[in-house]
Ligand binder design. Structure first.
Ligand SMILES: C[S@@+](CC[C@H](N)C(=O)[O-])C[C@H]1O[C@@H](n2cnc3c(N)ncnc32)[C@H](O)[C@@H]1O
Length: 298
């Protein structure tokens, strides 16, 4: 989208982000998972594209003695994070998730809710995974959530996100090919200026993520509808399995690149245990309709 850059999303969404997306029943589970992973390795915890801190704040609360870093390309998002109770001691880094990722010493790297899709080409997504693999310390994990629109169709769509007697928010989107998708939320209010909230992503599916991670030297240890050990319910109707956990892989990576169509469940190891145990069961890959992606993520 002409005129769109890494800071555009945050500038447009910071003021509505918590109202629109703050209330998600899956957040607590993700926060608990990050805290548990951090307790089994040394080093800082970082959230990529931390936004307003809806996750960073409770993570910092559960890890009072740990360095917690919020990295985001939007100053508007980081200003909201700074004002959020619970983020007082969170280190804020204003910059790009590739260029400003610390070089080493991380115990957990969190990329929640399609944040990596904000890198709008495959090369940058690959580079990020390489940098993450290099920065993770022993026993460190990458926790990543993705909900790709696997049933995406060519063309464009307009749907209604929100409507009252004096306001309507339209969700406008179009496919650009090569897994690129962009759109606007258009807010029309009686007697007020129109607000445009643009977004632009490149999505990938589970198979591609595992292949990219494998190349980067990361091994898949969990993939499923919910984080390991969660108590649910977390299934989003019509959504694919969004949760992925990776560790730094041994030589040649995980050899799980062919695992699409399988559900991998990790039995969470005790803190500092040697091996993660993976069980596989056959499932059909599930698709996230475009309308579900628009409702839950942007
Ligand atoms: C969908 S929001 C997710 C916010 C937060 N992770 C959450 O779940 O509440 C994506 C965030 O990524 C940030 N972002 C987009 N591109 C980025 C980049 N290249 N580097 C760092 N942050 C980026 C945006 O500013 C935005 O705050």
């Amino acid at each position: 989208m002409e005129g769109y850059d890494d800071a555009t999303y945050g500038r447009a969404f910071a003021e509505v982000y918590d109202d629109w997306y703050g209330d998600d029943p899956r957040l607590d589970d993700l926060v608990a998972t990050v805290a548990r992973l951090a307790s089994s390795a040394d080093g800082a915890v970082i959230e990529l594209g931390a936004g307003t801190g809806r996750l960073t704040a409770p993570i910092a609360g559960l890890l009072p003695d740990r360095r917690v870093i919020a990295l985001d390309s939007s100053i508007e998002m980081l200003d909201r994070l700074a004002a959020r109770p619970g983020c007082e001691r969170v280190e804020r880094v204003h910059g790009d998730m590739i260029d400003h990722l610390p070089d080493e010493g991380l115990s957990v790297v969190l990329a929640s809710y399609n944040t990596v899709f904000n890198l709008t080409d495959r090369e940058r997504q690959t580079l990020l995974l390489r940098r993450v693999a290099a920065a993770l310390g022993p026993g460190g994990h990458l926790a990543i959530e993705t909900e790709p629109p696997l049933d995406d169709e060519e063309g464009s769509s307009v749907t209604v996100r929100h409507m009252t007697a004096d306001t309507v928010v339209l969700a406008v989107s179009r496919q650009l090919g090569d897994q690129r998708l962009e759109g606007h939320f258009i807010e029309l209010r009686d007697s007020a200026d129109t607000r445009l909230r643009p977004w632009s992503i490149r999505w990938f599916d589970h198979r591609e993520l595992v292949a990219l991670a494998d190349e980067a030297g990361l091994s898949l240890v969990h993939h499923g509808p919910a984080w390991p050990g969660s108590t649910g319910p977390f299934e989003v109707p019509g959504s694919p399995d969004p949760t992925h956990l990776f560790t730094r892989g041994g030589c040649g990576g995980s050899r799980l690149g062919d695992s699409v169509g399988h559900r991998l469940a990790l039995r969470v190891p005790p803190a500092r245990s040697a091996e993660s145990e993976i069980s596989r069961s056959e499932t059909k890959p599930r698709a996230c309709p475009l309308r579900c992606l628009l409702r839950s993520l942007f």
